[in-house]
Design a protein around this ligand. Structure first.
Ligand SMILES: Nc1ncnc2c1ncn2[C@@H]1O[C@H](COP(=O)(O)OP(=O)(O)OP(=O)(O)O)[C@@H](O)[C@H]1O
Length: 334
């Protein structure tokens, strides 16, 4: 596990110092796919570089499995830095795909047979098994990025860091780049950290996420835990909007927002509650999305029936996130 404890970082500038990170605390679990998301200049790259030990915090510390890295220097620092590989998107144009991936292994003096076998595994992970002999110029931008990821994985780092992994890659190819990051975690066992201005990346592959703004962590945790958190900014961005015209609310005495996670909940919970408690649910806003492979729904529901409270408590007991009911909607809309 990597823990970031009270980390602050400023950079000198012509007028006054720029504060990139303010008292940041985070925990990145081993084997997770962790997203650091937030607007431009939020401090994402600086935080990622501090985690990768490429930048020293002014205050606070980064711990690797409890070890305080701020005390490391010389060979021990270099050894810790080598555990975290950073994806460098610039490939060497004169070398083949296989040659690019093998380059870090050559520098380490790994013998030819082991190099070949490792490159073979990585070509398979990035879905380019037949392209080892091609030059980067013969590849699409998305394929080139996948090769850059494979090169970063060559020396089997325990942590892979990808800063804006899909920048410069077209929308149609970004899914293939993200799925390679997911395979790096699932098949090679790496902890993967991605930074992105696009929170949608978190929705597509991350299981844990931190939202950064102006150098501070606004919220962090597993994606699924944030979905049910009242006022979560990430949930607001990632889930279908429940904004509804007031007129749509006017037929109901009460409405609630409900978040349902997983196939069973999305498919069955509301019809079952409706039948059990003789309560009517009408969808007046929201919709379905996916977090990775998990279907997630957020609906604004008009609720009618004498046992409405019991029905809502029943679905909440079964894992649905249910907002505080909004009452008196007929009056509001009138
Ligand atoms: N090496 C540096 N020297 C001076 N200022 C820096 C340096 N690195 C980052 N900064 C400043 O720190 C702040 C945070 O930058 P950072 O690149 O970490 O944010 P970011 O969220 O990754 O931004 P973006 O999404 O725009 O890449 C910015 O104001 C930036 O100008």
């Amino acid at each position: 596990m990597i823990t970031v404890e009270n980390v602050s970082k400023s950079f000198p500038s012509a007028e006054s110092a720029v504060t990139a990170l303010r008292d940041v605390n985070l925990a990145v679990n081993a084997g997770s796919l962790f997203g650091i998301v937030g607007p431009a200049q939020a401090g994402k790259t600086t935080l990622a570089r501090c985690v990768a030990l490429r930048e020293r915090p002014d205050r606070g510390t980064v711990r690797y499995d409890g070890m305080d890295t701020s005390r490391l220097a010389g060979r021990r620092l270099w050894g810790a830095q080598r555990q975290v590989a950073i994806v460098d998107p610039v490939l060497r144009p004169e070398r083949t795909v296989a040659g690019n991936i093998a380059a870090p292994l050559e520098r380490m003096g790994v013998e030819l047979d082991r190099r070949r076998s490792r490159v073979g595994v990585l070509l398979d992970v990035i879905g380019l098994s037949r392209s080892g002999a091609r030059l980067p110029s013969e590849l699409t931008p998305g394929q080139q990025r996948r090769v850059a990821v494979a090169r970063a994985l060559a020396a089997a780092p325990s942590v892979l860091l990808a800063d804006e992994p899909t920048d410069g890659v077209g929308a149609e190819e970004s899914a293939s780049v993200l799925s390679v990051l997911d395979r790096a975690r699932a098949e090679l066992g790496a902890t993967v950290i991605v930074t992105s201005r696009d929170a949608d990346i978190a929705k597509r592959i991350c299981d844990e996420v931190a939202l950064l703004d102006r150098g501070s962590v606004v919220e962090s945790g597993t994606l699924l835990s944030l979905l049910g958190k009242p006022g979560s900014q990430l949930a607001e961005v990632l889930l279908p909007s429940v904004d509804t015209p007031r007129a749509h609310l006017s037929s109901y005495d009460r409405a609630v927002d409900v978040v349902l996670v997983g196939f069973a909940a999305v498919g069955a919970l509301l019809p079952e509650a409706s039948a059990r408690f003789d309560v009517g649910f009408t969808t007046i806003g929201g919709g379905l999305t996916r977090l990775g492979d998990t279907p997630v729904a957020r609906f604004r529901l008009g609720v009618e029936g004498q046992r409405a409270d019991a029905a809502l408590a029943w679905i909440a007991e079964r894992g649905a996130h249910v907002s505080t009911p909004m009452y008196g909607l007929r009056d509001v809309a009138a």
